[in-house]
Design a protein around this ligand. Structure first.
Ligand code: AMP
Length: 213
């Protein structure tokens, strides 16, 4: 797959000069293997915002053998969700940090209805609102092929066959239905995650430009 950087700059997206320095708050959703992490990093660059991946925070804590990591590992290894009270507190803490004030893209959160409610509450407490929610789509066979390639390249400990299948099931049962709620709020953009990485980024940016007005 091509690694060519996206051709879409932030200046093109925010063509009006009065939008320079604009704060952008995004969520990206999609099943494991859809390229969420890759696109989150690229979008963070385009918009000048901070990517926040709950999976990465858990993995860093597991690697660092922190108390949070020890709790999380029991769940991540099986592909189960870490309990909401643990995850919600972690996200609240992260969103309260100084680097987030210019905007963020949340990758991997919210993942169930309770987390949607909690995110609303966290944002309300901070006086913020979401600008857009991206859903990356891809079919299950393509996802399984991509995950197998990644498991070979990265050797992620939580990428066992059972854990992957469980994660895809949980996504379909608990996370995918959440996009309807964001659709009702006119926040949702749905983008095909298949294809060249840079093409997908361009598609997302173009859809968001319409969404964000
Ligand atoms: P990810 O890298 O987003 O696939 O996340 C890896 C693992 O971290 C998941 O399989 C869950 O065990 C855990 N995790 C990440 N985000 C969440 C979340 N929002 N709620 C609960 N568990 C999560």
């Amino acid at each position: 797959m091509s690694q060519t950087p996206t051709t879409t700059s932030r200046r093109e997206l925010h063509a009006r000069p009065d939008q320079e320095g604009q704060v952008t708050r995004l969520v990206i959703m999609g099943p494991q293997g859809a390229g969420k992490g890759t696109q989150a990093a690229r979008l963070a660059e385009v918009f000048g915002i901070v990517p926040i991946s709950t999976g990465d925070i858990f993995r860093a804590n597991i690697a660092g053998k922190t108390e949070l990591g020890q709790t999380a590992q029991e769940y991540t290894n099986k592909g189960e969700l870490v309990p909401d009270e643990v995850t919600n507190a972690m996200v609240r803490d992260r969103l309260g940090q100084a680097d987030v004030k210019n905007g963020f893209i949340l990758d991997g959160y919210p993942r169930n209805a309770a987390q949607v409610t909690e995110l609303d509450q966290i944002l309300a407490d901070l006086g913020w609102e979401l600008d857009g929610v991206i859903e990356l789509t891809a079919d299950r066979d393509e996802l399984l092929a991509r995950i197998a390639r990644r498991a070979e390249q990265e050797g992620r400990e939580d990428d066992t066959e059972e854990a992957i299948a469980r994660r895809l099931d949980i996504y379909a049962e608990q996370t995918a239905p959440l996009t309807a709620a964001y659709g009702e709020r006119n926040l949702l953009v749905r983008v095909d995650g298949l294809g060249e990485i840079s093409d997908v980024t361009d598609r997302i940016v173009a859809s968001l430009a319409t969404q964000l007005g």
